[in-house]
Unconditional design. Structure first.
Length: 229
């Protein structure tokens, strides 16, 4: 029987500060263990395995290779959309988009304390995700992004704040076009718990250094907001 790690807020507060999302085009499965290990060394605190076209068997094999890295580091591994794969390999949860498995169905299929993340681009979507039992909401795209063709018009930090305010108090992770040049501004949005990145780390020549710089930038923005408050 799979033993699910406790990442619930009551048992172990989860650090969403730097959330890494993988991309099969930028980084094929064979290179992912190196990239994920380096990103964690640089400060990545959550990893999501995202591959919309992999078979269940191939996705499960990749997930197991990543779990061998994330689990000893105490970093949760989530699977994008595939609840069946997440349950089969004992991953720490699932993230679903608006066109994926409905959030309520994913929540019902996931044994507690597995995490459920839901993408949201509007206040209504954020509120619905919280009502369906999401543990966090991924909000975006904040800026323009080339890694997700259907991301829609960028929200900007003002739109991010508006969507985050509708999330019912659950953690909000900002995603979409975030890099070292704008991550500090995202960290300055009070309701945002962290930032999710794809190419900024996955495609970096030095994933550890990229993760370190992104985390430091986000934390500077967060600290500035706390000081102003």
């Amino acid at each position: 029987m799979v033993s699910w790690r406790m990442y619930t807020r009551g048992a172990r507060p989860l650090d969403y500060t730097l959330y890494l999302v993988t991309d099969p085009v930028l980084a094929p499965a064979a290179s992912l263990p190196f990239i994920v290990a380096a990103a964690i060394a640089g400060g990545a605190s959550v990893v999501q395995l995202r591959d919309k076209h992999a078979s269940a068997a191939a996705l499960a094999a990749t997930a197991r290779s990543l779990l061998a890295i994330t689990r000893p580091a105490g970093v949760p591994l989530l699977i994008n959309d595939r609840v069946d794969v997440a349950v089969a390999v004992g991953a720490d949860g699932v993230h679903v988009g608006q066109d994926d498995t409905p959030a309520a169905a994913a929540r019902a299929a996931l044994p507690r304390p597995a995490l459920l993340g839901v993408s949201a681009g509007t206040p209504a979507e954020a509120a619905a995700a919280a009502a369906a039992g999401a543990d966090y909401v991924g909000v975006g795209a904040v800026y323009g992004t080339a890694t997700k063709a259907d991301a829609g018009e960028p929200l900007g930090v003002g739109g991010l704040a508006a969507v985050a305010a509708a999330a019912g108090g659950i953690p909000v992770v900002a995603i979409g076009g975030v890099g070292v040049g704008n991550v500090e501004a995202v960290g300055g949005v009070p309701a945002v718990a962290g930032v999710a990145v794809v190419s900024a780390v996955v495609a970096a020549a030095d994933p550890a250094a990229a993760a370190l710089a992104l985390r430091a930038g986000f934390e500077r923005g967060r600290a500035a907001t706390a000081w102003e408050g």
